[in-house]
Design a protein around this ligand. Structure first.
Ligand code: PMP
Length: 425
């Protein structure tokens, strides 16, 4: 760790906390973060020359593993033509066509540069289109660092224990209502009281920023029904789940059609891309055709679009979802078995290539259950796994990702290492 330690010391002098995104600093698990020198397939190589099997996958985007040749060559080809034009370019049309054909609810899509921009613009559009101001979100869901959505937010905001960021005027958050995920009665009650003022409901259909939480049967259907009944915009934040759990995301899996969908991560093939889309009628409210303003100097950037096209094309060509799910199940089953042998109460929610660990007696259905789980065990597990060459997300409240580059051998090594790590708790 000598080189990583030296880099972190210098970084901490130059960059707040030494990182450009808080959870990377290992604050919740302790210790010094390693720096990554390069990444290929399922592996990261650290600045200290260690090779790690990566279950973070750049926090979701790397569904094809790191630096896959198809994406690399697509970027190289685009690079020959220029890095940014500031005019429309053909890649934008190709990726828009692809995304609209993959995601069931989309008729039109607008590209931006991050998941945060996608959710921020989605709620602006919901407000602009309905002329209403209230936005409903769910505790533990994270939608990026949007002012009015950083209320009871998951991910780094939860990990650091300050769900409400300083610097957000009370008035900005006053129009946000927070419900417990999976609480149908509370959603119904809120709509009964305030339905006429609710511009939209934003939800991670499978919340993955508070560990991983799955919906009770009927929950997402009820949200759809309430939004339809009250004329509110249902926004699925599929930044994490989009293209990862099915080519068309959770909405394809569960057969529910949101009005708007926020996307990011995989859609950029590892480059900074976000997007949001939905019904034509709603999307036509955006500038330059409609009154809701949204823009971006680098939006639709040719390199990013080329990388995204390659990533999406590969998903359609290889349809890896069953194989990824089998790997996810194998890891889940092995973890549960090891915990049982050790006498540890462990829950491993898993869907497709996503899984999380909660040291808890009973299934985790919401934020309150999630924060009641035993996080000190996760801390131990994280370091025991890292010592064995397995990189898990450095927080008890994040989700682990598997990529198509994880070969059966990687999964076997990981199962062995994670089993030993659990036994060391
Ligand atoms: N929505 C969800 C569900 C996310 O998981 C994230 C990031 N982890 C975001 C939005 C924000 O995306 P970005 O970090 O690209 O701004």
């Amino acid at each position: 760790m000598e080189r990583s330690k030296a880099l972190f010391e210098k970084a901490s002098r130059l960059i707040p906390g030494g990182v450009n995104s808080p959870v990377r600093a290992f604050r919740s698990v302790g210790g010094t973060p390693f720096f990554t020198q390069s990444a290929s397939g399922s592996r990261l190589t650290t600045a200290d020359g260690r090779e790690l099997i990566d279950f973070v996958c750049t926090w979701g985007p790397a569904i094809h593993g790191h630096n896959p040749p198809e994406i690399k060559s697509a970027i190289a080809e685009a690079l020959e033509k220029g890095t940014s034009f500031g005019t429309p370019n053909p890649y934008e049309v190709e990726i828009a066509e692809r995304v609209v054909s993959m995601v069931p609810s989309l008729e039109q899509v607008r590209f931006c540069n991050s998941g945060t921009e996608a959710t921020m613009s989605s709620i602006r559009l919901a407000r602009g289109a309905t002329g209403r101001s209230v936005i409903v979100k769910f505790a533990g869901c994270f939608h990026g660092h949007v002012d009015s959505l950083l209320v009871k937010a998951g991910s780094g905001a939860l990990t650091l224990g300050n769900p409400d960021s300083a610097g957000i005027p009370a008035a900005f958050a006053a129009e946000t209502r927070v419900l417990e995920y999976n609480d149908l009665a509370a959603a119904e009650e809120l709509f009964k009281k305030e339905g006429e003022s609710i511009a939209g409901v934003i939800v991670e259909p499978y919340p993955a920023n508070c560990g991983l939480i799955l919906p009770d049967p009927g929950f997402l259907e009820k949200l759809r029904e309430l939004c339809t009944r009250y004329g509110s915009v249902l926004i699925f934040d599929e930044v994490m789940t989009g293209f990862r759990l099915a080519a068309g995301g959770v909405q394809e899996k569960v057969g529910i059609t949101p009005d708007l969908t926020a996307m990011g991560k995989i859609i950029g093939g590892g480059l900074p891309v976000g997007a949001f889309g939905g019904k034509r009628e709603l999307m036509q409210q955006l500038a330059p055709v409609g009154p809701v303003y949204q823009a971006g100097t680098l939006s639709g950037n040719p390199l990013a679009m080329a990388a995204g096209i390659a990533a999406l094309r590969l998903l359609v060509e290889t349809n890896p979802y069953d194989r990824l799910d089998k790997m996810g199940q194998a890891v889940r089953d092995a973890l549960l078995e090891a915990a049982k042998e050790k006498g540890l109460a462990l829950q491993v929610p898993q869907t497709g290539s996503m899984f999380a660990l909660f040291f808890s007696d009973s299934p985790v259905r919401n934020y309150t259950d999630a924060i009641a789980s035993q996080t000190s065990h996760f801390k131990t597990l994280f370091h025991e796994a890292l010592n064995r060459g397995i990189y898990l997300p450095p927080s008890a409240y994040e989700t682990c990702f598997i990529s198509t580059a994880h070969e059966a051998g990687d999964i076997d090594i990981a199962i062995e290492g994670l089993t030993a790590a659990l036994k060391a708790i």
